[in-house]
Design a binder for this molecule. Structure first.
Ligand code: FES
Length: 128
């Protein structure tokens, strides 16, 4: 279950495999300024500070230039995390718009951490 950490607030969002960054943020109850949500306008660009992502659909060079691709600009409505990501919004902070969805994401986080702890414990047991 990939995570996206949002700077500067430090919120951590848990995404389903294959889910885009923007979709995961919305499902977790967060929002920031976006436009078309289909890779056509470029408004949803964020800076990727760590981790890797891919695009499962083509992104036009008119939306994301070669320079932006090289400096890890992330088109959040199309980017699918390949690893855990840390992103930084440009000129705004993420807003919590649904406490209900945020609670669901928090439960997903707790399940993921419990699973990771159980897996680590099981791995320790096998090493002994
Ligand atoms: S919202 Fe338009 S490109 Fe992402």
């Amino acid at each position: 279950m990939p995570t996206v950490t949002i700077q500067p607030t430090g919120e951590v969002i848990y995404l389903e495999p294959g889910e885009t960054v923007l979709s995961g943020l919305y499902k977790a109850g967060f929002a920031y300024t976006v436009g078309c949500r289909r890779g056509g306008c470029g408004i949803c660009k964020v800076d990727c500070r760590s981790g890797e992502f891919r695009y499962d659909h083509p992104v036009a060079d008119s939306v994301l230039t070669e320079d932006e691709r090289a400096d890890d600009t992330c088109l959040s409505c199309r980017a699918v995390p390949a690893t855990d990501l840390t992103i930084e919004l440009r000129g705004e902070n993420v807003r919590l718009v649904s406490t209900f969805l945020h609670q669901i994401n928090e439960k997903a986080r707790q399940r993921a951490e419990a699973h990771a702890a159980a897996t680590q414990t099981a791995g320790t047991t096998h090493k002994e």
